[in-house]
Design a protein around this ligand. Structure first.
Ligand SMILES: CC(C)(COP(=O)(O)OP(=O)(O)OC[C@H]1O[C@@H](n2cnc3c(N)ncnc32)[C@H](O)[C@@H]1OP(=O)(O)O)[C@@H](O)C(=O)NCCC(=O)NCCS
Length: 252
């Protein structure tokens, strides 16, 4: 398999949305926690979720200067995007207050456009997409607010860092090293900038990050889903990669 790592381009969002036409419902590159908050069963539901999800991702790609969105393309038979990762560089550190709006969705009845933060520009046709009717927005916002607010307790304030926030490989291409390439890219940026990289790993993702040199920081973060229409807890491992340069300096 011929896998190629590249920067995601604006036109790629149309390609990603079109996955609903090529694969069974839900077999796409919509990342956690959206599948938990908005499960899909029919092609129509999958298509609506994809359009909504990637309209938001696209708006962030265009409007958030910290975003470095990467893709892995299978240059072989399919020549399609099989894995994506949204890395961020925060030269002044991560700040919940100014950044959390990128992660959350507005409730449909709030009379606020989906992308109210798009610097006064009229929403594009994509951004005006309806929120899928069964999308549990309070649950989605609760998970991401809890995750991002908790960063103050384990990521040093006001210090430059890279953060990985969104990574998914298409189910038909898992286990072929695509995510590894995307993780490695972020590590190279962190090494180049001599700053740490951070992420919150889901249960599936954690061993992969460990193999690439991330270590768990403190106890896993457990988000209680009760009271938001969810069941049980959503567990995330808070993980850090320390650049070799910094590690070496500490030993001196
Ligand atoms: C986690 C995830 C991104 C990994 O993507 P991937 O492209 O399959 O990852 P890789 O192929 O680079 O690595 C997977 C590892 O599992 C092994 N593996 C083997 N068969 C596998 C399979 N069928 N599925 C997944 N991994 C498999 C690989 O060999 C590899 O191990 P290695 O690093 O020792 O070689 C992917 O499973 C996914 O999209 N999960 C759902 C969304 C998610 O959990 N995102 C991450 C949030 S932290």
């Amino acid at each position: 398999m011929d896998l190629q790592l590249d920067a995601l381009q604006i036109e790629d969002f149309y390609n990603l949305i079109s996955h609903s036409k090529l694969h069974p419902p839900g077999q796409d590159l919509v990342g956690p926690p959206t599948p938990l908050c908005c499960p899909v069963q029919t092609p129509q539901e999958a298509s609506t979720r994809l359009a909504f999800h990637f309209a938001k991702q696209r708006a962030r790609f265009l409007g958030d200067p910290t975003v470095r969105y990467m893709k892995v393309v299978d240059r072989g038979r399919s020549n399609s995007i099989i894995s994506i990762a949204r890395w961020h560089y925060y030269p002044q550190g991560y700040k919940f207050e100014s950044e959390i709006h990128w992660e959350t969705h507005d409730l449909p009845n709030s009379n606020v456009p989906v992308e109210s933060h798009d610097q006064g520009q009229a929403p594009t046709q994509e951004q005006a997409q309806q929120i899928p009717k069964d999308f549990n927005i309070p649950l989605h916002n609760h998970i991401l607010r809890t995750r991002d607010r908790a960063r103050a307790s384990w990521i040093p304030a006001n210090e430059p860092c890279w953060i990985l926030m969104h990574m998914v490989t298409h189910p038909s291409h898992r286990g072929k090293g695509a995510a590894g390439m995307l993780i490695q890219w972020g590590i190279e940026q962190a090494e180049k900038d001599r700053v740490p990289a951070y992420l919150e790993a889901g249960v599936m993702g954690r061993p992969i990050y460990e193999r690439h040199g991330f270590v768990q920081v403190g106890e896993p973060l457990k988000v209680n889903l009760e009271g938001y229409g969810g069941v049980g807890t959503f567990v995330m491992c808070t993980m850090a990669y320390v650049p070799k340069w910094k590690g070496a300096r500490r030993e001196v």
